[in-house]
Design a protein around this ligand. Structure first.
Ligand code: PEP
Ligand code: MN
Length: 360
């Protein structure tokens, strides 16, 4: 994938020699908590200190954030530690208050990106700002909604834009809290190679033990930075407890990640290779996912045949499928021999599945 950035962005202006790091608690809870975490992150690679002030909770009754009061705490963070600050804004009022309190980076949350009305209201309130504005992907896997939000902000003359990939919700069971659907982020990166792309492994995984691996995949896919929820006592955090890490763990994660250096030709080659391999891994996972789905459908057919006492092997239907697949494969540059071998294997697995059902 061609991924050469051509335009200078706010990220280049930071002149970092490592990926951008945004860290801090999911929610600001108390002044002491906000300041304690900030002090622990002060002499690390962290560039922006995040804390949610207004928390969009899926169900009411959970902790909904401390509100505007927390903005004062973030100001104090900046005074005491020099860390720049970041928070989520979800309406005009939030934007006005955040700007008044000189928050350096504002992000639009996943539950807001799904709503063009809200995005437009935020864009209007931010018109012409030179603050950094990051757009999280929408909750649902819809690239157009994500692009639409970016376009609304760009039209409001907001120049310091970027995006955060935090995964997508799905009804199907998954090991992730929010499925990464890496291909959506890759497509966005291909469309807007100059737009800084940040990964949020906390919200993707929902589990602190998986944060390192997802971060590494993101860096291998040429992401520009990471947003990682960090708390001195993660287990007792008032929101998203399972997915926060301690400042100490964050430092270890950052140290252990393979980070690309773009200047060295050897590193450049390895970087490109890692990037392509990461893309292959994404596609391979999708293949397994799809094959699993195909076998589930085969199981359904098995059930049906069992009820009707019909033979598993239906040769006429199978030959029709094969003929069609050979033609479609040819269009994608796949040889007839490969298609026949692959589908024979798939077909055999399907038959095994159906037989198991019929004979039980
Ligand atoms: C958050 O960053 O704490 C948050 C609420 O994220 P998202 O909008 O990705 O759910
Ligand atoms: Mn959170």
């Amino acid at each position: 994938m061609e991924n050469k950035k051509e335009m200078r962005t706010w990220l280049d202006d930071l002149g970092l020699n490592h990926p951008l790091v945004i860290a801090g608690p999911c929610s600001a809870e108390t002044e002491e908590q906000v300041l304690k975490i900030a002090h622990e992150l002060k002499d690390t690679d962290v560039n922006y200190y995040r804390a949610g002030i207004w928390k969009p909770r899926t169900r009411p009754g959970n902790f909904e954030g401390v509100g505007a009061l927390g903005l004062k705490w973030l100001q104090k963070v900046k005074e005491e530690t020099g860390l720049k600050t970041a928070t989520e804004v979800a309406n005009r009022n939030h934007v006005e208050l955040a700007l008044e309190h000189d928050i350096d980076l504002l992000w639009i949350g996943a539950r807001s990106t799904v709503s063009p009305f809200i995005v437009q209201e935020i864009a209007d309130a931010l018109k012409g700002t030179d603050k950094i504005v990051l757009v999280k992907n929408p909750v649902n896997p819809d690239l157009a909604l994500w692009l639409g939000a970016i376009e609304r902000l760009a039209s409001a003359n907001i120049k310091n834009l970027g995006v955060i990939h935090r995964g997508f919700s799905t009804y199907e069971k998954s090991k992730y809290r929010n499925n990464p659907e890496w291909q959506i982020a890759i497509e966005l990166q291909t469309k807007f190679p100059d737009l800084p792309l940040i990964n949020d492994p906390s919200h993707i995984t929902g589990k602190r033990d998986m944060i390192f691996d997802v971060s590494q995949t993101a860096l291998d896919l040429n992401f520009d930075g990471l947003m990682i929820e960090t708390h001195f006592d993660p287990d007792n955090a008032w929101s998203d407890a399972a997915q926060q890490v301690t400042p100490n763990r964050l430092v270890h994660i950052m140290n252990d990640l393979r980070i690309r250096k773009e200047t060295d030709p050897e590193a450049e080659y390895n970087n490109e290779l890692n990037n392509l391999r990461a893309q292959i891994d994404v596609v391979d996972n999708q293949l397994i996912e799809l094959l699993g789905k195909r076998m589930k459908v085969a199981d359904g057919i098995g059930e049906l045949k069992k009820q009707k006492n019909v033979a598993v092997l239906q040769s006429k239907r199978w030959n029709e499928i094969l003929g069609k697949m050979v033609m479609e494969g040819d269009e994608k540059g796949l040889s007839e021999e490969f298609i026949l071998r692959m589908f024979k294997a798939i077909h055999q697995e399907s038959i095994n599945h159906q037989e198991k059902i019929i004979n039980h």
